[in-house]
Design a protein around this ligand. Structure first.
Ligand code: SF4
Length: 317
């Protein structure tokens, strides 16, 4: 866990602004808007690391954090990910390299609070003896929401702290849910990208280009989010089909991990849900792969959702 000194609360009575930074375009845009509106003197970026992110997400986090605080981004940290194996290629090496990256960033941008439980979602599923799915997400609950909540309670004063989230106006239902269900009681939350000017993700990418920052690779590959390397237990079947085609190596690793957890639990569970015939039946990634390989066609727009910070919005699926 990041133990860097926390920004002192401002003696002038100004608020402390904490932006939940996920490494995606939405939270970057929210951080940029917050910095432009309030300045960076009382700004903290809070990142909760699940350690299976794509290497390029860490490049994006480093680059945008330096950009927000007007610090030069060291070239070796921007290219760090090219020399470090992805989590699914070598989990131990990836986890160890992340510890070093985190420490280096603490010196460069101390306002970036980089928290890590140290476990991956797969390790959490094994520890909880529960396989995450679109209806229950122990991964984001433990590795993101509870970790962030604990940090806020320990380090910030709810009376003068505003917590900013990267949800935008096209997904405002998540913000409503966050306020009603997920918010820490007594804390103030804002979603800068739900306010005017109402911009779409394309415009956020255009703002990013103006800063000379390359967008995260996953968006260019067709993914709608930049989380967990393109994997997500909350994703729909269309998203998993895309993962199979775009990154078969990662798909194979996740399929294997899912089988490991199922063997551990000893129950016929699955990350996915098969809704054919109006019934809901758990479906594994292995089963989906077999259907893809058999030539079956799927709804490419069944993407599901990924709201690590807003809790289980997909209960109705
Ligand atoms: S992106 Fe999906 S799999 Fe990853 S932590 Fe969030 S909910 Fe879990």
């Amino acid at each position: 866990m990041n133990t860097a000194p926390i920004l002192a609360q401002n003696d002038m009575g100004e608020n402390h602004h904490v932006v939940m930074s996920s490494g995606g375009i939405g939270s970057y845009a929210a951080a940029r808007r917050t910095a432009d509106k309030y300045g960076t003197g009382n700004l903290t970026l809070l990142f909760t690391d699940v350690i299976i992110e794509s290497g390029d997400l860490y490049r994006f986090l480093v680059e945008t954090s330096c950009n927000i605080f007007s610090r030069p981004a060291p070239e070796e940290l921007l290219s760090w990910w090219r020399t470090v194996p992805e989590y699914h290629q070598d989990p131990g090496a990836r986890a160890a390299a992340l510890v070093t990256l985190r420490e280096e960033m603490r010196d460069i941008v101390p306002e970036l609070v980089w928290l890590a439980d140290g476990r991956s979602p797969w390790q959490v599923f094994a520890d909880k003896r529960f396989l995450g799915n679109a209806r229950r997400d122990p991964c984001s609950d433990i590795l993101k929401r509870k970790l962030a909540d604990r940090w806020l309670i320990a380090n910030c004063n709810p009376l003068n702290t505003i917590v900013h989230v990267g949800i935008d106006w096209t997904e405002e239902h998540r913000y409503v849910r966050l306020g009603g269900l997920r918010a820490l009681e007594g804390w103030r939350y804002e979603a800068p990208m739900c306010d005017a000017p109402f911009i779409m993700k394309d415009a956020m990418f255009a703002l990013l280009a103006l800063e000379g920052i390359r967008p995260p690779i996953l968006y260019g590959q067709g993914f709608s989010h930049n989380n967990c390397g393109g994997f997500c237990i909350k994703a729909g079947i269309g998203h998993f089909v895309m993962l199979f085609h775009v990154n078969p190596e990662l798909y194979a690793f996740c399929e294997q991990e899912e089988q490991r957890i199922i063997a551990l639990i000893g129950k016929p569970v699955g990350i996915l849900t098969d809704r054919r015939g109006g019934k809901r039946v758990p479906m594994t990634m292995r089963h989906l792969r077999e259907r893809i390989e058999a030539g079956e066609k799927f709804d490419r727009f069944d993407l599901g959702g990924c709201g690590c910070f807003s809790g289980m919005e997909d209960d109705e699926q």
